[in-house]
Design a protein around this ligand. Structure first.
Ligand code: SF4
Length: 572
């Protein structure tokens, strides 16, 4: 395996082999991206300047057959949080790159010249990218597939990334060929834009460079685990993440009207059940895998009334942050908003939160889907309005004079009301990644250990512990390249160890793997400290503590000192 460094300032490309002595030998995915950021990026540098680096890495076990193991981690110093960032995505590229023997790409320097990086047979070449200037990610994918071949892998940015807007995402094309999967959070699309990289394309190879220490042993570990996932995730496969919408509403934890309420009066129009009915009626698809080896297959493809494709990967967070949060109760409108976000290349969570503060300020009317879509076109055009809303919730909320800004460390809170989802709120407050649910997703009913009692959802007791454990186990899954929907649990740490041992001939125990997860987070926290994001910032905006959320009447009531000291346990 190797790492390819691409200096966009002088066009130099260097290949670094990963052998047993390499610093990259025991890292992949988030472990690799965070290692490079912490060792090679000055913590106080300008995230859009020449000292920041953008790293795209597949996981330690990507390239094998283990379930849901072909995820991509993308890392950099974040323009939104100013701290370390890893954003995770599906799509086809991670597997293609792994099979070519490429573990990671590291982009260094800065450039105004728009280019495309082409990876074929393990070789990399920068080519002019002006023919894609200003194009949305959908058109970019179409042009590239037509120019090269249908099955290429494509990461790309839309106009928002080219304009270096701080809510910009990086798209990855899914297995149907749509750029619907996004490394969305943290503004990494802006970092890619600052490097002048419009797209990274990779060509599938007939043979694989992936080597196994014990191929049969690996298969013996991977196969029964995959079988169990298929059996236990049946309902989730059918409905996808939207399965949670109705439940969240009934728990009173569905962000509504910029987090002023926890339930939505038009809920019946946006439930997972309704979504599936429309998908099936209109010839869309559910139960889709977003990346190779996925057996859970929670993704989907959503058509309009005439059977024409509107969007794919139409997910819980997008539907809620742009639906109930903005009082838009219409799945067709939300699908169009999702498509536009994906096409201009902005994070649907950051964007939905931003529209929430815009509506609260009175600048846009509640429930006005047309106005929301026109904002996305302003982002596409790079207008003054586009920059107002394309730079994230804090930027827009501050300029508009809004006091209730749902964010932590500069990044929007995702679609879980923190007053109800107490452990999720701990993750929002304490993750090195800012308010990112994927860093330790304490959804309803999730435990980090089957034998432990973490208390009721709304009970503050044990929630520090639950989030702490989930964050560590998630870091492990991010590092090996697995989707966290396989379960960031203590039980699955033995599974991860067995996969690593059979693949590499290592001798790791579950405890070693957990230690590995802790090391990732320690490194990230240290970068953040040096960047100026101290653990004193581990808290939610005041209004979550002072305003109760209806209908539950709950406030956020986990002590600030417990949030600040959560990571002290890493030293124990
Ligand atoms: S479980 Fe869902 S998000 Fe995870 S890899 Fe599969 S389709 Fe993608």
């Amino acid at each position: 395996m190797k790492v390819i460094r691409v200096n966009v300032s002088d066009g130099n490309i260097v290949h670094e082999a990963i052998n047993v002595d390499s610093k990259f030998y025991r890292v992949g995915g988030r472990a690799l991206t965070s290692l490079v950021v912490s060792k090679e990026v000055p913590p106080k540098c300008d995230p859009l300047g020449e000292k920041n680096k953008l790293i795209i890495s597949n996981g330690l076990i990507t390239g094998g057959s283990a379930a849901c193991s072909a995820r991509t981690s993308i890392g950099a110093k974040s323009p939104l949080t100013k701290g370390i960032k890893e954003a995770n995505t599906g799509g086809n590229s991670a597997m293609i790159l792994a099979r070519q023997g490429v573990r990671a790409l590291i982009f260094e320097g800065i450039s105004d010249i728009l280019r495309v990086l082409v990876i074929k047979d393990g070789n990399a070449e920068l080519i002019p990218g002006d023919f894609l200037k200003g194009k949305g990610t959908y058109e970019t994918a179409e042009i590239l597939k037509e120019k090269y071949e249908e099955k290429i892998g494509v990461y790309s940015i839309g106009p928002a990334g080219e304009f270096k807007m701080k809510a910009a995402s990086i798209s990855s094309i899914d297995l149907e060929g749509y750029p619907s999967r996004h490394a969305a959070r943290g503004g990494l699309g802006a970092v890619m834009g600052s490097k002048g990289i419009k797209a990274v394309i990779s060509f599938p190879s007939k043979t694989s460079e992936i080597k196994f220490h014990d191929f049969d042993g690996f298969t013996k570990v991977a196969r029964p685990f995959a079988k169990n996932l298929v059996e236990t995730r049946e309902k989730f496969s059918t409905y996808g993440t939207a399965i949670m919408i109705d439940l969240m509403n009934s728990l009173g934890g569905l962000p509504t009207k910029n987090f002023s309420s926890g339930s939505f009066d038009k809920i019946q129009n946006i439930t997972g059940q309704k979504l599936i009915e429309l998908i099936q009626e209109r010839g869309g698809k559910n139960r889709l895998a977003c990346s190779p080896t996925c057996v859970i297959r929670c993704s989907n493809l959503y058509n309009d009334k005439n059977g024409n494709h509107i969007t794919s990967s139409f997910e819980y967070e997008t539907i809620v942050m742009n639906g109930s949060n903005l009082l838009i109760g219409d799945l067709d409108e939300l699908a169009q908003i999702d498509h536009l976000c994906d096409d201009v290349g902005v994070d649907t969570i950051e964007f939905g939160a931003t529209m929430g503060v815009a509506m609260e300020s009175g600048k846009i009317k509640w429930g006005d889907a047309e106005a929301v879509k026109s904002v996305l076109n302003e982002i596409r055009n790079g207008s003054k309005t586009g920059f107002l809303y394309g730079n994230g919730v804090v930027h827009a909320g501050t300029i508009l004079g809004v006091k209730r800004i749902p964010q932590v460390k500069g990044q929007a809170i995702s679609a879980y009301d923190p007053r109800v989802f107490k452990a999720m709120a701990v993750t929002f407050s304490t993750s090195p990644m800012g308010a990112d649910h994927t860093a330790g997703a304490a959804i309803y009913g999730r435990k980090a250990r089957a034998d432990k009692n973490y208390g009721e959802l709304i009970d503050p007791n044990m929630k520090i512990e639950l989030s702490y454990e989930l964050q560590i186990f998630t870091a492990v899954l991010d590092a090996i390249g697995c989707c966290y929907f396989i379960g960031p649990s203590w039980e699955n740490m033995s599974y991860a160890a067995n996969l690593l041992n059979t693949m590499y001939g290592w001798n790791m125990s579950a405890d070693d793997v957990i230690e590995f997860g802790k090391e990732i987070i320690k490194r990230e926290l240290e970068f953040n400290r040096q960047a100026g994001l101290s653990e004193d910032m581990n808290d939610l905006p005041e209004f979550f503590r002072t305003e109760s959320s209806e209908p539950t009447g709950l406030t956020f009531n986990i002590r600030k000192e417990d949030l600040v000291s959560i990571w002290k346990k890493l030293e124990e």
